[in-house]
Design a protein around this ligand. Structure first.
Ligand code: C2E
Ligand code: CA
Ligand code: CA
Ligand code: CA
Length: 277
């Protein structure tokens, strides 16, 4: 460790150049990945805590890298955002998720929903893709309610300051809105009504914090329910967490306790099992 400490300073300047080179490579590789169809979507089941059934899923993007294996979004979403590629990737994720939800609804119920993450960078476009997305859902004969758009508090804050019209546009488009990682950002509670939020996803940090965290979860759930908003708890890893959240009246759960993210095919199999007793 001592040796590493010394080297860190010696190699600082070359390291910076190296970082730029690595980033440029990653941008080029990601561009190729999109063209060569190397992106994948995994679906993490979301469970109705009242009866244990899988009733929704979250679409999570992966990169099947030719040499580095399956990469998590942490390794490439930031580069996708800063290079502007996130818009194209986001559209692709949406379309894939919509095709998948069509199959999942046929296997379970027309009420089955898939959540799609939308980052702030995707709003820097002109926002006209809502209409394209709605048209696509209509082509597939899906209700706009089939898709939940997951946004963060910071995105709402930024949108409220700059271009709230665009977010409001998709309220009118009737897709559902979920507020991701609730409690980790700087969102005014007033926004919950202003943006007609349908779901709150409690930040997993509160669920992993023990008793104090659970008190905060209880308060969030009570407030959400008063406002007519349903609550999804993310990152449920233990039976104890599940018991406490169920007792607090939480509506839906997601986490490794139930399932890690799985392929669309695997999720279809699970729904088939669930629906044929
Ligand atoms: P997120 O939206 O908060 O997604 C939840 C993350 O928690 C996922 O990580 C999921 O695999 C992980 N997770 C699920 N259950 C558990 C659990 O029980 N314990 C723990 N510790 N973690 C759990 P993932 O798939 O690596 O995604 C990371 C983030 O990347 C996502 O966070 C989301 O912000 C972003 N992301 C993923 N897909 C997309 C996409 O298509 N578009 C955009 N813009 N962002 C995406
Ligand atoms: Ca999310
Ligand atoms: Ca989250
Ligand atoms: Ca709404």
């Amino acid at each position: 460790a001592k040796q590493q400490g010394r080297n860190r300073f010696n190699y600082f300047a070359p390291f910076m150049q190296e970082a730029t080179r690595v980033r440029m490579n990653l941008v080029n590789e990601l561009r190729e990945a999109v063209q060569r169809d190397q992106l994948r979507i995994m679906y993490q089941p979301i469970i109705d805590l009242a009866n244990g059934a899988i009733v929704k899923a979250e679409a999570l993007v992966r990169w099947q890298h030719p040499t580095r294996g399956l990469l998590n979004p942490a390794e490439f979403i930031a580069v996708a955002e800063s290079s502007g590629m996130i818009t194209g990737i986001g559209d692709w994720v949406f379309r894939q998720a919509a095709r998948e939800v069509q199959k999942l609804q046929a296997l379970s119920s027309p009420a089955f929903q898939v959540g799609v993450n939308k980052s702030a960078w995707q709003f820097h476009d002109d926002g006209s893709n809502y209409q394209e997305w709605l048209d696509f859902l209509q082509e597939l004969k899906l209700s706009p309610h089939s898709i939940i758009i997951e946004v963060t508090e910071n995105l709402l804050l930024e949108t409220a300051n700059n271009n709230s019209d665009r977010v409001l546009a998709f309220q009118h488009a009737h897709m559902q809105l979920s507020l991701d990682d609730f409690g980790s950002g700087h969102c005014s509670v007033a926004f919950l009504k202003r943006f007609a939020i349908d779901y709150i996803k409690i930040d997993p940090a509160f669920i992993h914090q023990g008793n104090d965290g659970m008190l905060i979860c209880e308060a969030i759930i009570a407030m959400a329910h008063k406002l007519g908003i349903k609550v999804i708890a993310e990152g449920i890893e233990t039976p104890q967490q599940l018991t406490a959240l169920t007792a607090a009246g939480c509506d839906f759960g997601q986490g490794y306790l139930f399932s890690k993210p799985i392929s669309g095919e695997e999720l279809e199999k699970q729904l088939q099992k669930q629906c044929s007793p």
